[in-house]
Design a binder for this molecule. Structure first.
Ligand SMILES: [Zn+2]
Length: 115
């Protein structure tokens, strides 16, 4: 049997690092409508050039939006912001045809009919 020094995790990474994306979710109300739209797009993992094309704005405007978003939701990197976007999809997404919403709505309908 080989001996490998695998560190045993001392606990939750969020707790250990003090960097929990949930804190960003709680600060979404400080964002403008456009910033919410940019944040949701950021969750797709697209780069700035692609985001600019999708949103119909200049790349420098995308960068400015992202800087403002990071500041407002208390995150340091676009990756952290993208995680916030994924966690907060239901709050950020206003597309009523979005399939993620349809799953949720179907669940709620089941709860209502069971009552
Ligand atoms: Zn959606």
């Amino acid at each position: 049997m080989t001996t490998r020094s695998i560190a045993v995790s001392p606990g939750c990474a969020y707790r250990r690092t003090g960097s929990d994306p949930a804190s960003g979710v709680r600060r979404l109300s400080s964002l403008t409508g456009r910033e919410r739209e940019v944040l949701l797009m950021l969750g797709t993992g697209l780069g700035n050039r692609e985001l600019a094309r999708e949103l119909g704005i200049a790349e420098r405007t995308v960068k400015a939006h992202i800087a403002n978003i990071l500041d407002k939701i208390g995150q340091h990197t676009r990756t952290q912001a993208a995680i916030v976007a994924a966690l907060a999809h239901d709050v950020l997404c206003v597309d009523r045809a979005c399939t993620r919403h349809l799953v949720r709505v179907a669940g709620q309908r089941d709860e209502v009919s069971a009552a």
